[in-house]
Structures are given as C-alpha cells and as structure tokens.
Design a protein around this ligand. Structure first.
Ligand code: PRP
Ligand code: URA
Length: 217
C-alpha cells in the first residue's frame, strides 16, 4: 500500500474542530435520516468555507456607526463562485451560501462509471465572470480523486485560475491525485479516511453520498 503523507504540503488543509468531528460521526451513521444528512452536509460545508475563505482579499470602507465613523474592511471585488459537482455537491451549496450569499453558482455534471470508476462528464455551466472569482468546488466525497481532478481541469479550461476544493470525506488516494494533478489548488477536507475498498468506496466513509442526500436508495 502506498505511503501517504500530506502533513508538509501547504495546499492540503485537514480542518479539525470538535464540531466537525461531532457532525461527521452522525453523518457517517447508517441510521441517520436523509433530512439529518442534508442538514449536516450543509453545516460541515459552512465550517469548511470558514477555513477556505481565510485569504480572501479585503478592501477598506468607511461605515457610520450610531456613534462615529469607523474604518472597516469588506471582501473586495467579485469574490467567490461556488461549483458543486453534481449531484452530491449540491448538498454543500447552501452551507457556502449561508456565509457568502452573493456567491454565484456554477454546476459541473460528472458521475463515476460503475464498472471503470472513471468520471464521465455530462454538464458544465459556470458564472459568466468566473475567471474574476475564486471558485470553490464542492463535493462531499474525494475517493479516487478522478471526479474532482477532472472538474478542476474543466474549470481551468474556461480561464479560471483561483480554485479551491472543499470535500467532507477524503481518501488518501484522492487527495494525492488532486495535489499531483493540480498543485496550485488548495484542498480542504473535514476528514482524511483510511483507504478505498475494491469498489473505490471510502473506508470507513459514509456510503454513497448522493443516495444518502437525496434518498435514492
Ligand atoms: C461521487 C461523489 C464524487 C465522486 C467521488 O459521485 O459525489 O463526485 O463519486 O469519487 P472519485 O473521487 O472516485 O471520482 P457519484 O459518481 O456517485 O455521482 P452522484 O453524485 O451523482 O451520486
Ligand atoms: N462516492 C461516494 O458517494 N462515496 C464513496 O465512498 C466514494 C465515492
């Protein structure tokens, strides 16, 4: 088995927090309902977004408080776009939007072929001004990394240079692939799990995120 070590890679961010651990435990539980699963995915997405937006540029503004003028700071320019990888990525969009309500949303359609486990592309629609924004690609699962890596390649082909990837559960193999294929992209995960099984599912993981989010199984 390959030996993975991302500790010294400044592009890999394992976001550790007691609230994330707690919510992850419930998310993984086979008895968690579709409604709870959707709510938890949204909440963890929000916590990941807090970390992933730490370096957004600020501009100085003047604000009238009830008492005096204050020098304040606001996020500058056309800041952020959110790009869920369909379909499970949709479960994270509302969490990012709660923190960044003005973010525009693009969509990338990819699914893993059941036999080859390779990603198959079927849709890509990004905001018209995507290349002026930092795009946060969201997908709950980073397994082999094929889907995320292909999604990032599709985005780069449209001229976007500032890209971040937020995933809830990751496997070392997937993290390594994205870091190798896209060394310029920051990767944020709530969990780095043990490995993939023979069907390229993450262990211990949480099963099929899309099916659990949308109740399709
Ligand atoms: C899942 C998941 C990721 C992908 C991860 O999607 O949401 O997009 O698999 O696997 P990878 O890292 O090996 O590419 P899936 O293909 O099941 O499609 P769905 O979201 O439509 O259910
Ligand atoms: N996609 C999922 O939804 N779950 C996994 O464990 C791997 C890929």
């Amino acid at each position: 088995m390959a030996n993975f070590n991302f500790a010294n890679n400044s592009k890999f961010h394992h976001v550790k927090h007691p609230l994330i651990e707690h919510k992850l435990a419930i998310l993984r539980d086979i008895n968690t309902t579709t409604k709870q699963f959707m709510e938890l995915a949204e909440e963890i997405a929000m916590l990941l977004t807090y970390e992933a937006t730490k370096d957004l540029p600020l501009e100085e503004v003047t604000v009238e408080t009830p008492l005096e003028r204050a020098k304040c700071y606001m996020v500058s320019g056309k800041a952020v776009g959110i790009v869920p990888i369909l379909r499970a990525g949709l479960g994270m969009v509302s969490g990012v939007q709660k923190l960044i309500p003005n973010a525009k949303v693009g969509h990338i359609g990819l699914y893993r072929d059941h036999d080859t486990h390779e990603p198959v592309e079927y849709y890509c629609k990004l905001p018209a001004d995507a290349e002026q924004r930092t795009l946060i690609v969201v997908d709950p699962m980073l397994a082999t990394g094929g889907s995320a890596s292909d999604a990032i390649t599709m985005i780069k082909k449209r001229g976007v240079t500032k890209i971040k990837l937020c995933c809830i559960v990751s496997a070392p193999e997937g993290v390594q692939k994205v870091l190798d294929d896209h060394p310029d992209v920051d990767v944020y995960v709530a969990s780095l799990d043990r490995c993939l099984n023979e069907n390229c599912y993450i262990l211990p993981g949480l099963g099929d995120a899309g099916d659990r989010l949308f109740g399709t199984k």
